[in-house]
Design a protein around this ligand. Structure first.
Ligand SMILES: [Zn+2]
Length: 121
C-alpha cells in the first residue's frame, strides 16, 4: 500500500492525481515530505500545468489526502479527497526498477498502464 512511490532519483517522488489522472512529481530538494508513503504530507503546495490555465492543478497533500485549491482548472477544485493507492491502481511501482523515469518511453508506458487500470474501475 503506497500513495507515494520513489523513483530512481532519490529526491524525486510521484503521486497519482485523481483529478488529472496522471502522476505529479515532487522533489525533496524543494518540497518537504514526511517520508510516510501511506499517509504522506508534503509542503509547500504542488502546482502543475503552470503555463496551461485549462489544466492548472494546485494542491496540498496532508495525511494521505489531496486538498485541491480553488484555483484549479478541473472539477475537483476546492475539494479534499483521498490520494489513490498505487496498489489499487493495479500497478507495481513500489520497486523503483519498475518505474524508470530515466527514459521517456518507459515513463509513458508506465503511466499508460496506470491510467488504463484506473479507467476500468
Ligand atoms: Zn493534478
Amino acid at each position: 500500500m503506497a500513495k507515494i512511490i520513489a523513483t530512481t532519483e532519490p529526491t524525486k517522488f510521484v503521486f497519482f492525481c485523481p483529478a488529472c489522472r496522471e502522476g505529479h512529481y515532487f522533489d525533496t530538494r524543494i518540497w518537504t515530505f514526511n517520508g510516510d508513503m501511506d499517509k504522506p504530507t508534503v509542503r509547500a503546495s504542488i502546482l502543475t500545468h503552470i503555463n496551461d490555465s485549462q489544466k492548472r492543478c494546485h494542491s496540498f497533500i496532508t495525511d494521505g489526502k489531496i486538498e485541491f485549491q480553488g484555483d484549479c482548472a478541473h472539477s475537483l477544485k476546492g475539494q479534499t479527497v483521498d490520494l489513490p493507492d498505487f496498489d489499487a491502481l493495479g500497478g507495481k511501482p513500489v520497486d523503483p526498477e519498475v518505474f524508470p523515469p530515466d527514459t521517456a518511453a518507459g515513463e509513458k508506458a508506465f503511466w499508460d498502464r496506470v491510467k488504463g487500470s484506473q479507467s476500468n474501475t
